[in-house]
Design a protein around this ligand. Structure first.
Ligand code: GRF
Length: 190
């Protein structure tokens, strides 16, 4: 599908490696999405996700100032926001402006192992310490309650043979790369 005809203009927020962003970039390049990633935003100027965006010709913006972020989103006429490994809490001005149009991917079966302090490897350390036999990934709408929004899609995977939090993280990340694309597709339909 030609970019010109894409329905939604998406901004992806990253803070780190951006492998979930890459899944979206690849899906868009395959023509699997009716959305176009117009902007990649980060709080971290060294986020490799910014490099991934540049390699794909996608504009980037780095800031921690909510007003500057909001004006950038408006300049790009963004209508959907995907948080993909973004480690800052979204401010109320952005939450109000993009109500029910911001999604976040979290590497556990929410509501388990969500909330304050539950990010990155810490999630998998808690899952491992709890002796869980399954884990997974969740995409949910973003609300003022961290990791508390309505769930859009969730998928689980067997981790009974994982010997470390790192192994769990690797297994869950594969799942994330799949459901983040499915979540954007669902968002296109609602
Ligand atoms: C992923 O595990 C995601 O669930 C979490 O942060 C990690 C980001 O990975 N929010 P990447 O930057 O997309 O590679």
């Amino acid at each position: 599908m030609s970019d010109r005809l894409r329905k939604y203009r998406v901004a992806v927020f990253v803070s780190g490696g951006g492998s979930n962003l890459q899944s979206l970039i690849d899906a868009s390049a395959r023509g699997d999405l009716n959305s176009r990633i117009e902007l990649v935003l980060s709080n971290n100027p060294n986020a490799f996700g910014l490099e991934r965006a540049k390699q794909s010709g996608i504009d980037t913006f780095v800031s921690v100032d909510e007003d500057k972020i909001l004006s950038c989103l408006e300049k790009y006429q963004i209508d959907r926001i995907v948080l993909a490994g973004y480690l800052k809490v979204i401010g109320n001005k952005i939450l109000d402006r993009y109500s029910n149009r911001i999604i976040n991917i979290h590497p556990s079966l929410l509501p388990k192992f969500g909330g304050k302090g539950m990010y990155g490897i810490h999630v998998h350390e808690a899952v491992f310490a709890a002796g869980e036999k399954v884990s997974g990934a969740t995409v949910h709408f973003v609300t003022p309650l961290v990791d508390g929004g309505e769930i859009l899609i969730q998928e689980q995977t067997d981790i009974s043979n994982c010997g470390s939090p790192k192994e769990i993280q690797e297994k869950v990340l594969e799942l994330e790369h799949k459901i983040i694309v499915e979540a954007v597709k669902i968002l296109e339909e609602i």
